[in-house]
Write a protein that binds this ligand. Sequence first.
Ligand SMILES: [Zn+2]
Ligand SMILES: [Zn+2]
Length: 393
Amino acid sequence: MTFSDAQQAALDAIDEASGDLRTLSLDIHAHPELGYEETHAHAALTDYLEGVGFEVERSAHGLDTSFRASSGNGGPVLAALCEYDALPEIGHACGHNLIAIASVAVGLGLRAALREAEVGGTVLVLGAPAEERGGGGKIRLIENGAFGGVDAAVMLHPGMGDEVRPSSLSHRGLTVEFRGQASHAAGAPWRGVNALDAMVLGFAALGLLRQQIQPTHRVHGVITHGGDSPNIIPERTEARLLVRAPTREEVDTLRERVLACFTGAAQQTGCKLEATWSDSPYENLRQNPALADAYRESFDAVGGTIRPGRGGGSTDMGNVTQVLPGLHPHYRIPATSGNHTRGFTDAAATEEAHDATIRAAKALALASLRAFEDPTFLDAIHTSFATGETGGL
Ligand SMILES: [Zn+2]
Ligand SMILES: [Zn+2]
């Protein structure tokens, strides 16, 4: 395939920046930060974007670690979203250091192409903190107006396969806390009300429930407080869970059944249960069919091959795609094990992962460029969003 001058300008700009983006990616990888605490990544990304000439607003949209970098004028407006939060203990095991540079690369490529083609439009690179662990950074961005006037939002995610329009599950977080009565575990255990027993019973009931739920549904959690000392009957325990299903409605049905596991455990042990549902439920992704088709073509044009892997997570990009057109493809990086493992943390720092990121970013920049150059394509993006068209896989 031969590229137009504007397309070639996008590809060249991304290639030229590749070395700096590699440095940026490794810097973020070496400084893993949890959601809403990504001060190092925020500084590194905003300094870089400002250095290459974007107009940068730090701590944008009411969030300390969000930013808004823009280039160009007027419409259309396209936003490429950076994620840069890591996981506790295992660092950048979801490869968000690569997501961060992928969207910077898309921004650089589009800016160069718009200049070459002499067409109007605005390219935004948005800093979206706290995607992991139900943090819901993009939900806060939506609430705080970050997407006002934006025609489409795009981002990429590294994984074990090359997928144009992977699905993602809707999910809702649950915190359960049991309160019982402390007592000497040997001297007077009969005076105690055991909050750990309640938690164990709740998790046992959850294990049995799993046999009776849909294969597409997921419930999982960790005990974040299990008691204070083996010689005290635990008076307080706490767990955090996630309830997931393909749609918000299914999550709402499932979460009643999950809650029943814990209310039953409270009754059996005499503990008090406090259950708190997260105020940041994640929606399922609505992949825009027009953008998806364009990405598929572009991915092919830059030498990629679609090779589906096994997905299965959730993302607050789902919420974004419920309120405006968006695309969130997955691309494969060579890794010995999947997302949220130490093997993936190692993989996210390799040269091969960087090259795969650059290639996917080129494809996304070329696909997005059509929204600026071709008014009928922009119309198709909006029309398919408005009619709820989903297109083929
Ligand atoms: Zn993740
Ligand atoms: Zn992720």
